[in-house]
Write a protein that binds this ligand. Structure first.
Ligand SMILES: NC(=O)c1ccc[n+]([C@@H]2O[C@H](COP(=O)([O-])OP(=O)(O)OC[C@H]3O[C@@H](n4cnc5c(N)ncnc54)[C@H](O)[C@@H]3O)[C@@H](O)[C@H]2O)c1
Length: 361
């Protein structure tokens, strides 16, 4: 599967992944007489020319631009997108291309699927995080009343075209952010990927094409069996129960961090909880922590922050009857989901384990 683009048609979504994916995807666009491209300002600067040079025959009718960053995933920007589609005469035969990171694919998918009861869309992700995660799986939406992803729906794109060519211009912090999700995929389901990533800094990796193909395929394999997250898809939440609380805590502060930095911290806490709840061996815990620590600085969380983060966890979507269900690691490359009965004390201890840089025992 590894050297030419990897083609995978799940009957609902056509995936084209790897070096050369854009050229390979050309015929997907020929059936659409009017194409609209949604992007943010950085993507316009760094990625639009790349796209048009590889796919010069796309019949672009209009461009829709939003500012870069999470604050664009809002109802105001959704309105701007619906207005632009209306003013430019988009119809159900048109196509929306979401060219960009997870912000663009989330809001673009949401706006397309609600416009005139459903405009087809294709995701062309341009960040590592979007290439291995956000563009795949049909979760679309916007933030609302300061809650992340509060309004949205599950809708599949017609296709996802993942070409690593775009990543040349990506900033360090966004490479790092995507790397947390790549690491998570390896840990929950792909021991081979864990080996491929190796005991090294992500900046030393050269085999990105291979790694992106593998990591994206891992996510596809999960979501095609469980699109709406009632079963196996929940393993993708490993590192995210605590990670999301940390992310929200920092979003409310004046020192915002990336999604991946929060998830990296969440992975450390939840790996330690895995050793207590599902018998993950301490050697494995130390291996995971070592790999995270060579790629992410520890966040300056203090003991007095813990109650605030635990309160934020109470808003987690995985709470059933007051019991937060975790996805945990049974071993490297194998996760289990719906693990309940984890006491507040154990969760607090996992934060202390992180803060005090403790050893597993
Ligand atoms: N739908 C899902 O399943 C899912 C999964 C994970 C994350 N997400 C969402 O994804 C979003 C985060 O995604 P993200 O990290 O891609 O953020 P992002 O879309 O904000 O992109 C990060 C930054 O990189 C810039 N950028 C994009 N491509 C570039 C390129 N090729 N070169 C240079 N700069 C480039 C963007 O302008 C932005 O400033 C969050 O809103 C999160 O909720 C969704």
């Amino acid at each position: 599967m590894m050297n030419s683009p990897f083609l995978f048609d799940t009957k609902t979504v056509n995936y084209i992944i790897g070096d050369g994916a854009l050229e390979q995807a050309a015929k997907l666009f020929t059936q659409y007489q009017s194409v609209f491209i949604l992007m943010d300002k950085n993507v316009e600067k760094f990625c639009l020319d790349v796209l048009m040079s590889k796919l010069p025959d796309i019949k672009v009718r209009g461009y829709i631009k939003i500012p870069a960053g999470e604050s664009s995933k809002s109802i105001e920007h959704a309105t701007h997108i619906w207005e632009s589609l209306t003013n430019m005469g988009a119809s159900r035969d048109s196509l929306l291309i979401n060219l960009g990171g997870g912000v663009v694919s989330d809001i673009g998918g949401f706006c397309a699927s609600t416009f005139k009861r459903g405009l087809p869309f294709i995701n062309i992700p341009t960040t590592l995080l979007a290439q291995v995660d956000a563009s795949i799986g049909g979760k679309t939406g916007i933030d609302f009343l300061s809650f992340k992803n509060q309004v949205g729906l599950f809708v599949d794109p017609k296709a996802v075209v993942i070409d690593p060519v775009f990543l040349k211009t990506l900033e360090f912090k966004y490479w790092q952010s995507g790397f947390a999700e790549v690491t998570k995929h390896a840990l929950i389901m792909d021991k081979e990927l864990w080996k491929l990533l190796g005991d090294r800094k992500f900046t030393e990796i050269e085999e990105w094409n291979k790694i992106i193909m593998r990591s994206a395929k891992d996510k596809i394999d999960i979501v095609r069996y469980d699109k709406t997250e009632h079963g196996i898809r929940k393993i993708l939440n490993f590192g995210h129960t605590i990670g999301h609380a940390i992310e929200t805590f920092y979003l409310k502060s004046d020192q915002p961090i990336t999604h991946g930095q929060a998830i990296a911290a969440g992975i450390i806490c939840e790996t330690w909880i895995s050793s207590k709840m599902v018998k993950l061996e301490c050697d494995n815990v130390e291996e995971v922590i070592h790999r995270i620590d060579i790629n992410f600085n520890r966040l300056p969380i203090t003991e007095k922050d813990i109650p605030k983060m635990m309160l934020l966890m109470r808003q987690d979507k995985k709470i059933i009857d007051g019991d937060i269900k975790f996805s945990l690691l049974r071993k490297l490359g194998k996760a289990v989901h719906d693990i309940g009965g984890i006491s507040a004390e154990l969760i607090r201890d996992s934060f202390l384990f992180y803060i005090n840089n403790k050893k597993c025992n």
